[in-house]
Design a protein around this ligand. Sequence first.
Ligand code: PGA
Length: 256
Amino acid sequence: MRKKIVIGNWKMNKTLSEGLQLVDEIIEELVKQPNNSVLKIVAPPFIHLAAVAEKLKSINGFELAAQNCHHNASGAYTGEISPAMISSTGANYVIIGHSERRLYCGESNNLLAQKVTIALANNLTPVFCIGESLEERNSNQHLEAVTKQLKEGLFNLSPSDFSKLILAYEPVWAIGTGVTATVHQAQGMHNHIRFEVNKKYGKEISSTISILYGGSCNVKNAKELFACIDVDGGLIGGASLIASDFVTIINSAIAE
Ligand code: PGA
């Protein structure tokens, strides 16, 4: 059975004390609404990682992710953070290829492929984001656009490395816009992604890899999105900043 996973991507929000308070609130909410079947992950800003790791140490099934990493191991890259540094904080996951980084930081599929390789070499699990723009969706190019991201960003990996990944489908037009993909659109794309993975890596890997949905996912729509057969949870932005909403979304991923 595939793992159900819900990740909170805080983006550039929360000071350190606000972030620690949010983690405390999430832990309190999890006591009220407990579940052991969903892997819960938070992705705070880099500078909060070590302190948040300390808080999560004793919480079962609650993990930590960075929002990005550099594509080199070390060196003269002022202001950058390496995968080994992330690992040393206690984080086991890293988001790679978020559309905001593709767009605002000019990150190409080629660069992202390097990030994935070096993250894996440092025992970080990449959460690799893919998704089409509104223009691509409107011109019916969405399937090709996502296939291209998969091929150029990930399909150089060996089967054993590829099987370690988490994928996140995030249509760019749905991120932070309040416009969510319909159940039909989300399931259609997740099914397509699994089809492409099956073509490249075979049935065992395509049927076990977790594919999360992201883009204006909230307490109202999470349940129906997560009920789609090929949707294994979510990558949550805005709604992950409110503890009770985030935990309700986590619990929406429990299979009934
Ligand atoms: P959103 O962001 O939930 O605020 O739309 C999702 C994401 O960018 O991961």
